[in-house]
Design a protein around this ligand. Structure first.
Ligand code: HEM
Length: 159
C-alpha cells in the first residue's frame, strides 16, 4: 500500500467508525478525596486497516496549559458487539477493559477486567458516547475505601 493513502476500514471496525478522528475539548474531574479540577483534552482514534482502533489521549490544565495525565492503547471490537480495550496510563497504571458497543446509539460502555500496577485504584468504568459532532465520556473509579464513582466527565468536538 502506498504511504499516505488511507487504508480501507476493516469491516469489524465499521460499527465503530463514529469514533474515528481527532477530538478536542474540556473536562472536569473530582472525587471525594480530592479538589475538583478542569482540564483540556485531545483524543485521537485511528486505524491502519487492521481490526483494531489505536487510541491516544493527552490532557492539560485548563488555566495554564501545563501537561497533565496522558494515556494510549488499543480498542479491539468483535462482530458480536463486545469490545476489549487495553490502556496504558502515564501514571504507570495499566487497564484491561471489557464491555459492549452500540452502533446505533454510538456508545461504548466499559468496565475494568484488570487494573495493574496501581497503588490506589481497584476498578475503572468508562462510557463514551458520540452525539452529532461531540464525543462525551465519563470515567468512574473505585479506590480503597471508596466504591466506584465519578472521577472525570468531558465533552470534545471533532476537529
Ligand atoms: C487524583 C486515578 C485520570 C487528574 C487521582 C487519584 C487517583 C486517580 C487514584 C488519587 C485519589 C486519592 O488520592 O484519593 C485516575 C485514573 C484515571 C485518572 C484511574 C483514568 C482512568 C485522570 C485524568 C486527569 C486526572 C485524565 C487529568 C485530566 C487528577 C488530579 C487528581 C487526581 C488533578 C488530584 C491530585 C491531587 O490532588 O493530588 N486520580 N485518574 N486524573 N487525578 Fe486522576
Amino acid at each position: 500500500m502506498a504511504e499516505g493513502n488511507p487504508p480501507p476500514l476493516h469491516p469489524v471496525l465499521q460499527p465503530l467508525s463514529f469514533l474515528l478522528g481527532t477530538w478536542r475539548g474540556q473536562g472536569e474531574g473530582g472525587f471525594p478525596t480530592i479538589q475538583s479540577f478542569k482540564y483540556g483534552e485531545e483524543i485521537k482514534l485511528w486505524h491502519s486497516g487492521k481490526p483494531v482502533i489505536a487510541y491516544s489521549q493527552k490532557t492539560w490544565k485548563a488555566a495554564s496549559g501545563e501537561p497533565m495525565h496522558a494515556e494510549s492503547g488499543y480498542w479491539r471490537p468483535k462482530p458480536d458487539g463486545s469490545i476489549e480495550v487495553i490502556i496504558a496510563q502515564s501514571t504507570g497504571l495499566a487497564e484491561v477493559q471489557k464491555g459492549i458497543y452500540d452502533a446505533e446509539r454510538k456508545m461504548v460502555q466499559l468496565q475494568s477486567d484488570a487494573v495493574c500496577n496501581a497503588s490506589k485504584v481497584l476498578s475503572i468504568g468508562r462510557v463514551f458516547e458520540v452525539k452529532g459532532d461531540e464525543l462525551m465520556y465519563t470515567v468512574e473509579m473505585g479506590i480503597h475505601g471508596h466504591d466506584q464513582q465519578p472521577h472525570l466527565r468531558a465533552v470534545l468536538k471533532k476537529v
